[in-house]
Design a protein around this ligand. Structure first.
Ligand code: ATP
Ligand code: MG
Ligand code: MG
Ligand code: MG
Length: 351
């Protein structure tokens, strides 16, 4: 009996395209003799499309390996209701990044349907997605982080000058302005003066009603992958050398010239410390399954600061998360198998 896996991909967030790529890598890695795949695409406007039709609906090609193995499946390409999902899959892998996917909403739906799913639960997803609450939880857990403040769009729109002056006083320049709930660097800009700060706030305000402003640091960027439930493991750290001034959307997905150095060239004790902090961060938000924890190492002081945690990190075969595990001794295919086992284990623990 093959395990039936619903792969949820696409989604309503700004990271729709990234999700499609992650899902295709994942589906390719699922051994058709062990797993039966039900692709479930979510369009940018939120329509759900089940089966092979999902690819056309999301304007992407059906991968060959899937077109071939799919004939053996007893799922039709028919419309299906969410309630039916429960009887059709054994586990769901929500390979969705950003809002309505990485933020606890889909996780809550799957909880209600009583379907096991890969990755973080409702709380961890929500906390990991909201940069303000993430920072507050990290603060309580005693994790080192940079100076920041939050601004509501409403505050900014009602008195731009007051908001800008207070940021100038509290944070100074350069600073980074971010929408609180997003990923893939969408809506993030670096500001070096008042004029740029105003522009950056306007940009971020297009994506969210809540904004974060952080001190801009001169840093190396290092990431650690975490895998597990109640006794999580940390991978070797990897370093990103961005092709742009910072690791923006373009540097992440377009130019292809950002370099990943795996493992990162760091002293042994610093690597160990990063791994320890990554696990602390994972546990601070009550993570499960997987997470990628992103750090800064300040160049002048060598100080480690936590930047953020991503509960459903990029999952293509070229992405940092799977590559970190590969370098730590867990190849992609095995990683997928372990994530599915962790999902079933977590589900069983709750019963
Ligand atoms: P992800 O795709 O990893 O979810 P994200 O959209 O959540 O990313 P961040 O990781 O918060 O965004 O920031 C994106 C990038 O901006 C970082 O990788 C880094 O290059 C740069 N950056 C963000 N904050 C700072 C900071 N305080 N100082 C220096 N650089 C920063
Ligand atoms: Mg993020
Ligand atoms: Mg992210
Ligand atoms: Mg990041």
């Amino acid at each position: 009996q093959r395990l039936r896996i619903g792969v949820l991909f696409g989604g309503r967030s700004g990271e729709h395209e990234v999700s499609i790529q992650s899902a295709k890598s994942l589906m390719q890695a699922l051994d058709p003799s062990r797993y039966e795949i039900l692709p479930i695409g979510i369009s940018k406007t939120g329509e759900w499309v089940f089966g092979l039709q999902a690819f056309a609906a999301l304007q992407t090609s059906v991968p060959d390996y899937l077109a071939n193995s799919y004939q053996a499946s007893n799922w039709g390409d028919c419309a299906m209701s969410l309630a039916q999902l429960q009887s059709l899959v054994d586990v769901v892998f929500p390979v969705l990044h950003g809002s309505f996917g990485e933020d606890g909403t889909i996780q809550g739906m799957l909880e209600m349907l009583n379907i096991p799913y890969v990755g973080a639960g409702v709380l961890a997803s929500a906390v990991g997605m909201d940069k303000l609450f993430m920072k507050r939880i990290f603060g309580v857990a005693g994790l080192p982080q940079c100076a920041y403040c939050s601004v509501m769009r409403q505050e900014f729109e009602s008195d731009e000058n007051a908001v800008i002056s207070s940021i100038e006083r509290e944070i100074g320049f350069p600073c980074f302005v971010k929408p609180a709930n997003l990923g893939s660097s969408v809506g993030i800009s670096k500001a070096k003066n008042r004029e740029q700060l105003k522009q950056a706030l306007e940009t971020a305000a297009q994506y969210d009603r809540k904004l974060i402003v952080e001190e801009g640091l001169n840093v190396r960027e290092v990431e650690v992958a975490v895998l597990g439930n109640d006794s999580p493991l940390a991978s070797v750290p990897g370093e990103i050398v961005p092709s742009s001034e910072f690791y923006d959307y373009e540097a992440k997905y377009m130019s292809g010239s950002s370099e990943l150095m795996i493992p990162a060239n760091l002293p042994e004790d610093q690597s160990k410390q990063l791994q320890m902090l990554a696990i602390q961060a994972f546990q601070a938000i009550d993570g499960s399954g997987l997470a990628r924890v992103d750090f800064f190492i300040e160049k002048e002081t060598n100080r480690i600061l936590i930047n953020e945690i991503n509960t459903m990190p990029g999952f293509t075969i070229y992405s940092m998360y799977p590559k970190l595990w590969e370098a730590t001794g867990v190849p992609y295919i095995e990683l997928v198998g372990r994530l599915i086992s962790l999902a079933l284990e977590r589900f069983a623990d709750k019963q």
